[in-house]
Design a protein around this ligand. Structure first.
Ligand code: SF4
Length: 335
């Protein structure tokens, strides 16, 4: 029997600001591509979805956006992204530094101060080790120094810093050095989360870099005391399997994604939000035709000996779907 899919919301994405990194663990394909669609037209469409959610009383739905792949926005876009964030009751104050173009000296200071004047109160950096190790993971020589320079310049101006620190076999031995460097950046030190890679995008190629149950259970004190972020149940595949099997017959609830660009905007503008949502849900459902139910995937591809650690059960399922594709040629479903 086919797995039932239920949308729990919609994430509308626009490729607006190309990325200047080439991360080896990137979740996004073609991160250097930019859509020709003006941001203002995308913003109008997203506001229409927020209006629909309110008018239809769809409190059960989460409407989200991703304007990327980098946050290297002009000031006008910064404000527009802020308006969209406000529709969700939040504020856009922390700017992600992943994929920001290199700027030097006065140009960099001016860029930071312009963002601060536009309401940005802090920066977020994703770091994979430090020095050359980070540079290699992020595909840009000198990137670790550049990230820490931006964080330091921000810190000196009273801006906050937030971090995602990737734990892999190659970055784990560098954590002491990395934390020592971060400790020298002015500002609070309480917002550092440590995580393994998601099993998605290019990061699927680095299973050998995953930490194991043994690594997880023997993390050095300084690393163990870091917050683990939203997904804190780091389990190996052998630990995930019984948990996944308890709920294997339940429908999969997921955020539906919709890439908006110059090729589909006319059609989307002409359609009712309800119809767009229903169409997305149907396409997701159809993409599961031919995909075995979870128990069967597990029976065929599950590895009860695998002690590598994953943040989400979805990561483990993603591994099984890849193995299924290799074995049968069946394309993985939309995710
Ligand atoms: S900064 Fe983000 S979008 Fe750019 S390559 Fe790295 S992971 Fe991908």
């Amino acid at each position: 029997m086919q797995r039932k899919i239920i949308g729990k919301g919609l994430r509308l994405s626009l490729r607006h600001a190309p990325c200047a990194h080439i991360c080896r663990y990137c979740l996004i394909s073609e991160s250097r591509k930019r859509s020709a669609l003006p941001f203002a037209r995308f913003e109008r469409l997203v506001h229409r979805f927020f209006d629909w959610k309110e008018q239809a009383g769809r409190d059960d739905l989460e409407i989200g956006t991703f304007v990327g792949p980098s946050f290297d926005y002009d000031v006008e876009t910064l404000h527009g992204v802020g308006r969209l964030r406000a529709r969700r009751g939040g504020r856009f104050q922390i700017l992600n530094l992943g994929g920001i173009r290199m700027r030097r000296d006065e140009a960099l200071v001016a860029w930071i101060e312009e963002r601060q004047a536009a309401g940005i109160t802090g920066f977020h950096a994703s770091l994979a080790g430090c020095g050359e190790t980070h540079d290699r993971w992020n595909g840009r020589a000198g990137d670790f120094d550049y990230q820490t320079t931006m964080l330091r310049l921000g810190g000196e101006r009273g801006m906050a810093h937030r971090y995602r620190l990737f734990i892999t076999q190659s970055t784990l031995p560098l954590f002491d050095r990395l934390l020592d460097i971060l400790d020298t950046i002015p500002g609070d030190t309480g917002h550092r989360i440590a995580t393994p890679f998601f099993y998605a995008g290019l990061a699927r190629r680095y299973e050998d870099e995953r930490i194991t149950e043994d690594d997880r259970d023997a993390l050095p004190g300084r690393v163990r005391s870091l917050p683990l972020g939203k997904f804190r149940d780091w389990r190996s595949e052998r630990e995930w399997i019984p948990i996944m099997m308890e709920t294997a017959d339940r429908p999969r609830r997921l955020i539906l994604k919709l890439d908006v660009d110059e090729t589909n905007i006319d059609r989307l503008e002409a359609m009712a939000c309800e119809d767009i949502y229903a169409e997305r849900e149907r396409l997701y459902q159809e993409s599961y035709v031919g995909v075995p139910p979870l128990e069967e995937l597990c029976a065929r591809y599950g590895d009860p000996e695998n002690r590598r650690v994953y943040m989400l059960s979805r990561d483990v399922e993603g591994r099984w779907l890849d193995l299924h594709q290799r074995a049968t040629g069946t394309k993985p479903p939309l995710d």
